[in-house]
Ligand binder design. Structure first.
Ligand code: PEP
Length: 249
């Protein structure tokens, strides 16, 4: 099965830069080795869904509001994203958990609203360095997943992807090792097994994210139980990301 690779541009790339990026990416992407989702800023979504229409490249948003609609000045709803042709949304990224104080309860609501509107959710979970140093990694991941997907029906899990993103590895150049990633993937599947079924635990897509690059991507994305990766910094270079997308082993 092909791996799923997701680019999170965060607050980088203007709409014009995204246009240039995607034009080059679409022309060079073979689609033989990986499925690709690109998550640019909200403002770049219209040009992104326009340019990728009928291509192998899928578009995701980096955030969504938990409410359907109403007096939430400055916010973007799931329905708006869906209307634009956006297929995925990242929820629970540590940038949002930490810098925007998003709680598991809010993340759970965002996931429910996104799923109701036909979006696929890429749920990020992962421990801090302090959690890791005190041996709480697996406990933290379990707790986040249990809270974040609380109340979902088993069939809804088909539209949920879980990304293990240890906070200490994001943007630091310090990636997790194969053993860390395999243990996290195992616990993610165990949580799904305990709350749902053996089938659901097998079928759920699990990604790794945190300082992935051309050198470590082969080993980390081929860990047992891992179906793909979430890329930050390296995905901002179209040449590097194309190279990864086209040559993934
Ligand atoms: C991220 O922000 O989700 C991420 C994985 O970033 P980086 O690849 O830069 O560590």
């Amino acid at each position: 099965m092909k791996k799923l690779i997701v680019a999170n541009f965060k607050m980088n790339q203007t709409p014009s830069q995204t246009k240039q990026y995607l034009t080059k990416f679409i022309a060079g992407f073979t689609g033989n080795r990986a499925d690709v989702v690109i998550c640019p800023s909200f403002l770049s979504l219209p040009i992104s869904t326009f340019l990728t229409q009928g291509t192998l490249v899928k578009i995701g948003a980096q955030n969504v509001n938990d409410e359907e609609e109403g007096a939430y000045t400055g916010e973007i709803s799931a329905q708006m994203l869906k209307d634009l042709g956006v297929e995925y949304v990242i929820v629970g990224h540590s940038d949002r958990r930490i810098k925007f104080k998003e709680t598991d309860r809010l993340i759970n609501k965002k996931i429910k609203t996104a799923l109701k509107n036909g979006l696929k959710c890429i749920l990020c979970v992962g421990e801090s360095l302090a959690d890791r140093n005190t041996g709480k990694t697996l406990e933290v991941i379990r707790h986040q997943i249990e809270e974040d997907i609380k109340g979902l029906y088993e069939n809804e899990l088909e539209s949920v992807i879980i990304a293990y993103e240890p906070i200490w590895a994001i943007g630091t150049g310090q990636n997790a090792n194969v053993k860390d990633v395999e243990n996290a993937a195992k616990v993610i599947r165990k949580v799904i097994f305990d709350s749902y079924s053996e089938k659901a635990s097998r079928d759920i897509q699990v990604l790794y994210g945190g300082s992935l690059n051309e050198k470590n991507v082969g080993a980390l994305l081929n860990c047992t139980g891992v179906d793909g990766g979430l890329f930050g910094k390296i995905s901002l270079s179209v040449n590097n990301f194309l190279d990864i997308a086209n040559n993934l082993k």
